[in-house]
Design a protein around this ligand. Structure first.
Ligand code: DLL
Length: 440
């Protein structure tokens, strides 16, 4: 179902008129209230009056994560501290967390866009919804919680982790819609299979999965093992949290960006130049309705492309592709750019391999070494009777995997095959797949 048909199926011309009006209001608002951003605009020689058309957006300076660091914790807020009724924070890989704030109206907008996500993912009012995103400073838990309540789902606020209990809740409460990270969905799928619960045996039907990168190969695995439709949800704290974009269950082919609240652009990560529809580049968002912490041209670091084709579901909002990589998690190994998603793409065609992998980069003496550790599929493992010592079939599999990686990366990576269950699993939150030991 479509939660807000009036907004979500608005004709493009009408949508663009609304966006233009909101953008003009926003730029003035930010200019008047957020000192660091006003200074940036003055330095760039633009004033709010220069924004007359949507295209004028590109005259405006960017914001980045560095702005959040420089004005930690509350320096980018556009309202007096007393009007902020909620704080969230995302832990970066280094240093202080990124802090975001919401007014009461911001929380209403957030619930609205999260309700849209749930509806787009297949949820219907009355469904049992198990929310296994972490509650707390992370935006996932409380964000989805409010959206689900607004929609009239029965919310099971499970939070992340405690797999044993999640499985019990899934079985006993008749959960129909599950929300968690895709890596945790795999953990739960395996836990159910271990207990002899076959896919489709439970009432579970839909997964609202996101907060970390995943691939279509992983989607197939999750759908098969859980017997569900797995739908991608995208968002980031700086923009609002979950609820920026969501796939529709009808097509599951790109996430509709809720463009009445968030303007989206794709830019060249090097030059910052806007790129046309279809081209891959860095996603940039401008919030059109946020009060406490509006952002203007916020550079996400997420690499994706946009697709304006009409969609079968009836939504008129543009669709963003999967996040193909991050401008900052790109590994440069011996001068070659390597994205974790490429590694996954290279290996999915090999049925004897599982979706559990880890990328390790080391530097012995001067040369970077790339190692990909990957678990073999449990049935293959059983068939060959273990990996140590490696029987010929295992050696052959390793060679095939190395060739496949060379084909995609143009770089030799050593493949280490691992027994099922030996690599780290998601314990409820985001899974870190890359270990870069060169930084140690
Ligand atoms: O992860 C918000 C969220 C919660 C989204 C629950 C979806 C579901 P942060 O912790 O600030 O916010 O992390 C944001 O996570 O810039 C992306 O790099 C990554 N990310 C989020 N969703 C996806 C996705 C939440 N569907 C950062 N695919 C973003 C790939 C994603 N990456």
């Amino acid at each position: 179902m479509i939660w807000n048909p009036e907004a979500e199926t608005m004709p493009r011309a009408e949508l663009e008129r609304l966006q233009r009006e909101r953008l003009q209001t926003l730029v003035r608002y930010v200019y008047e209230r957020v000192e660091p951003y006003r200074r940036r605009m003055q330095e760039a020689g633009v004033s709010p009056d220069d924004v007359r058309h949507l295209q004028d957006l590109t005259k405006l300076p960017f914001m980045t994560k560095q702005d959040f660091r420089d004005h930690y914790p509350f320096g980018l807020f556009a309202v007096p501290r007393e009007q902020v009724v909620r704080i969230h924070a995302s832990s970066g890989t280094t240093g202080k967390p990124t802090v975001v704030g919401y007014t009461r109206r911001d929380l209403q907008v957030w619930a609205e866009v999260c309700a849209r996500c749930l509806a787009a993912s297949g949820a219907q009012p009355g469904d049992v919804f198990q929310n296994a995103y972490g509650y707390g400073l992370f935006t996932g838990g409380l964000g989805m919680h409010a959206g689900a309540e607004l929609m009239g789902l029965l919310v099971v606020p499970a939070s992340g982790g405690n797999t044993e209990r999640q499985v019990l809740l899934l079985q006993d409460f008749g959960t129909k819609v599950l929300a968690c990270t895709p890596s945790y969905a795999l953990t739960l799928a395996e836990a159910l299979l271990d207990r002899g619960v076959q896919p489709g045996q439970l009432p579970l039907r839909y997964g609202v999965l996101g907060a970390e990168p995943w691939t279509d190969a992983m989607r197939r695995q999750i759908e098969e093992k859980l017997g569900i439709a797995a739908v991608n949800i995208y968002g980031l704290s700086e923009v609002i949290g979950p609820g920026v974009a969501n796939e529709c269950v009808e097509e599951r082919n790109g996430s509709h960006v809720f463009e009445d609240h968030f303007l989206v652009e794709v830019v060249d990560p090097q030059t910052g130049e806007p790129l046309p529809y279809g081209r891959e580049g860095e996603l940039v968002f401008t919030t059109l309705t946020k009060e406490a912490l509006p952002v203007v041209r916020y550079r996400t670091g997420d690499v994706a492309s946009l697709n304006p084709e009409p969609c079968r579901c009836g939504r008129t909002f543009v669709r963003m592709s999967r996040v193909l990589g991050r401008t900052d998690d790109m590994l440069v190994v011996r001068g070659v750019n390597v994205y974790p998603s490429q590694v996954e793409a290279a290996l999915v065609g090999i049925p004897q391999l599982s979706p559990h992998y880890q990328i390790v980069v080391t530097r012995e003496k001067t040369l970077d070494e790339l190692e990909v550790r990957i678990e073999v599929d449990p049935s293959f493992h059983q068939e060959v009777g273990g990996l140590d010592p490696a029987p010929p079939a295992v050696q052959e599999l390793q060679r095939r995997a190395e060739q496949a990686l060379y084909g995609v990366l143009n770089l030799h990576a050593r493949v280490t095959l691992k027994a099922p269950g030996s690599l780290p699993r998601s314990e409820g939150g985001k899974l870190r797949r890359v270990v870069d030991q060169r930084r140690l």
